[in-house]
Design a protein around this ligand. Structure first.
Ligand code: ZN
Ligand code: FE
Length: 757
């Protein structure tokens, strides 16, 4: 039988990446049995290690299976195969894990219910029939319930539940798909559901899921605890309820996401391409922004003044069970008061949301760290992430940085980023830190991730404007601190994503970021590397009156622009109170409470108000979003603009652009046409200026970043024309182009500066 050992080989295999808690060891075990491989498999540190012996050909196929066809949830970063001397193992075993202190660590993300588990939940003869917490090694909660590493049950919030003997048996059986599924449970031993009134009192219910849907069909709003936090759910078709929800939540216009029963139902609401279908069905299950069908059952109030709709599919057994109750759509919006953080603890949720929700569907599986739904879109057939959260986080980026750094991110749409052993760990979206409650969630998330990773920074990176974020961490005060300019960080976030190290031209358009000259930047053309940059161009400054109020009321911005041009405003603002116009004009003349800005976001606000689309906004970038939304894509014309040069810096002069818009308005040209001409003009000016920069600096790589590039039309317009002119163009895809990508840029910049010394 085994007379001849010459054909036998022995190897050590080490796989790094997301390889634990994803069913890798049982997979290896089963493949070893198939290919007659002897030895063992084990989790060591954060790696998967296999000692394997067998026939040469068997080993070849075995390794291909293990490396090229890993379990669904695995994400391989690095593979090492080292030949060893043959020893003659007699069997194949899964042996005890060992956990080294100083290893790269990978934290697994939360995963949508897999088809097998869904099968269990919907099968009346299965012991997990209709059980809302069913999961296995391929699916279920991870990051949201992890309190420590290694990822073992005792380090999760499932510690509170002792497995029954049947679950325990599955857990210990390498051939079972619940082998070492840390959140394994069943109706006998696991978490359970409960229905509460708005005051937090128990509602007697034999079937909380059925009763939840009954309440919803009666027009009630129910707060439902999910994977990463609470949702507020109500009927999609019921305009009155949605109106009530908007009022109670203090969210007059911002679109609500909806959850739909299945992909077929989604197709009835929106146009869905092949790529989009894949994203919707992926086990990350994000909210995907889609183009809405013109004739749709959706009431306008769900997403007013947009042609888009945010859609997601069910991702927990609980969601699937809700849709078993003869309902096809649900409004599913974050369980918060507008602007605040998502609620995730039962008691606090009842406290915070009692004036919004009529009922609460809660459970007793604790969420350790809240994670909101992720938001993505598909552009140019590629997934582009707008908000990285559930299923996408923590995001591990091989950044090849030397230092252990914490980058605190921006104050709005905050994320933070840590680095260890060359890898960057990008946190989930944490919202606007101005909100006190959001801030405490932020602190908790920082503490949790630093503890999970055993992180001890030697540097702190922060936005020029936000030194205070560092000061909140007294234990780090002796460390080196690096203040990073906001738009440089945007540019570098994109360079990190595309692994760019040489000089690039950075076009960074956004709303607000403090510049090195003390003004507010946001329409920037930079030339630079990770380490440093030159500002070579920008949108011409305007003096805007009114601080934060101007951002909330774009008519103040429009008025400021016209004032800078000495334009007679008497006939322009028909809908605005004359007295208010007088006050702002006076303040502009006397320079009271004014700021100087080159922000492209503000320029879009200005045009949106001039066109009477939006004088006052109720959510971020509403003016610009509605302006884009109404443009007619068939219009190819544009306005005149000019680029002036002053002290070696190019400036896009807006005077002629605004005059062009006003002239068209006088001629009663439709708003859809004016909007298109405006977009085309900004695109043309951008391309023109980038060409001027290339002439001077001889750089062909262009990076487009900043929140304004969430505007699909503008992004694609600029992209196409720059490519035609021979540029290589990059834009943010996995690291968000908005301020939630800033922390990655800050971190890379701090590292580059430290390396230089
Ligand atoms: Zn499963
Ligand atoms: Fe920004």
């Amino acid at each position: 039988m085994e007379n001849n050992n010459s054909n036998k080989r022995r190897y050590f295999l080490k796989i790094q990446g997301v390889v634990q808690g994803v069913g890798y060891r049982p997979y290896v075990y089963n493949q070893a049995i198939i290919f007659n491989i002897k030895g063992w498999v084990s989790n060591q540190g954060s790696a998967l290690v296999v000692d394997l012996e067998g026939e040469r050909n068997n080993i070849k196929t075995f390794l291909t299976r293990i490396i090229k066809e890993p379990p669904k949830l695995a994400n391989i970063e690095k593979v090492e195969v080292v030949p060893k001397r043959f020893t003659g193992h007699k069997e194949f075993n899964i042996i005890k894990s060992s956990f080294g202190e100083n290893e790269v660590k990978f934290v697994a993300v939360d995963v949508a219910t897999c088809p097998e588990c869904l099968g269990d939940v919907l099968n009346p003869s299965n012991s997990r029939y209709q059980y809302a917490f069913t999961n296995c090694t391929s699916c279920g909660p991870r990051y949201s319930i992890i309190k420590g590493l290694p990822y073992d049950r005792v380090n999760t919030t499932m510690k509170a539940f002792e497995m029954c003997s049947i679950c325990e048996k599955e857990y210990n059986d390498p051939t079972n798909r619940r082998f070492h599924a840390q959140a394994n449970c069943c109706p006998n031993c696991g978490p359970s559901l409960k229905l509460l009134t708005s005051k937090g009192q128990d509602v007697l219910s034999e079937d909380p899921i059925r009763d939840t849907i009954n309440f919803i069909k009666q027009g009630k709003i129910v707060a439902i605890k999910g994977l990463g936090g609470f949702h507020l759910a109500c009927e999609v078709e019921n305009e009155k309820t949605i109106e009530v929800l908007r009022k109670r939540k203090n969210r007059p216009h911002k679109p609500f996401a909806i959850m739909v029963k299945d992909i077929e139902t989604a197709k009835r609401l929106a146009y869905i391409s092949k790529e989009e279908e894949q994203v919707l069905l992926s086990n990350k299950r994000p909210i995907l922004i889609l183009n809405r069908r013109e004739v749709s059952i959706l009431p306008e109030i769900i997403a007013p003044n947009t042609k888009k709709i945010g859609v997601m599919l069910p991702y927990t057994p609980l969601h699937y069970l809700l849709f078993e109750q003869n309902i096809s759509f649900l409004v599913m919006t974050s369980g918060n008061v507008s602007g605040g953080p998502i609620q995730y603890e039962n008691d606090k949720a009842v406290d915070y949301l009692r004036n919004i929700a009529d009922y609460f569907l809660v459970h007793n599986r604790e969420i350790n760290i809240p994670v909101e739904d992720s938001v993505v879109k598909v552009i140019d057939n590629k997934e582009v992430v707008i908000r990285r959260a559930r299923g996408y986080t923590p995001y591990v980026i091989n950044m090849r940085v030397n230092n252990e750094i914490i980058a605190f991110g921006a104050e709005q749409k905050n994320t933070f980023c840590l680095s260890k052993k060359g890898y960057g760990y990008l946190s989930q979206y944490l919202g606007d830190l101005k909100d006190f409650d959001a801030y405490s969630t932020y602190e908790k998330a920082v503490d949790n991730l630093t503890e999970l990773l055993g992180f001890t920074p030697n540097m702190l990176a922060f936005d020029l404007q936000s030194r205070f974020l560092c000061l909140q961490y007294p234990k780090y005060q002796s460390k080196r601190k690096v203040a990073v300019q906001h738009h440089h960080a945007h540019m570098v976030s994109c360079m990190v994503e595309h692994n760019l190290c040489n000089s690039v031209i950075g076009v960074v358009f956004d709303g607000t970021g403090l510049g090195t000259d003390g003004t507010i930047w946001g329409g920037e053309f930079l030339v630079g590397t990770r380490e440093s940059f030159n500002r070579v161009g920008h949108l011409k400054y305007v003096t805007v009156q009114g601080g934060d109020r101007a951002i909330e009321e774009p008519w103040r911005i429009a008025l400021s622009y016209l004032h800078s041009m000495n334009y007679d405003v008497t006939k322009v603002f028909k809908d605005i109170d004359e007295e208010e116009i007088y006050m702002v004009t006076q303040a502009l003349e006397k320079k009271i409470n004014c700021f100087k800005t080159s922000s492209m976001g503000r320029f879009f606000d200005c045009i949106s108000s001039l066109l009477n689309i939006r004088h006052r906004i109720t959510y971020d970038a509403q003016g610009a979003i509605e302006l884009e939304n109404m443009l007619n894509p068939y219009i190819k014309e544009s306005y005149e603009y000019c680029i002036i040069e002053k002290d070696n810096i190019h400036q896009i002069d807006y005077d002629r652009i605004i005059l062009g818009v006003l002239r068209d308005m006088e001629k009663k040209i439709p708003t859809s046409v004016i909007s298109a001409k405006f977009h085309n003009t900004i695109g043309n000016a951008t391309v023109d200026l980038v060409c001027k920069i290339r002439k001077k600096y001889d750089i062909k790589q262009v990076v487009l970043s900043g929140g304004v590039f969430q505007n699909n039309y503008l992004l694609l317009y600029v992209l196409e024309r720059l490519k035609e002119r021979g540029f290589t163009v990059y834009y943010n895809q996995q690291i968000p182009t908005n301020d939630s990508g800033i922390s990655v840029g800050q971190l890379a910049i701090a590292d580059a500066i430290e390396r230089k010394g």
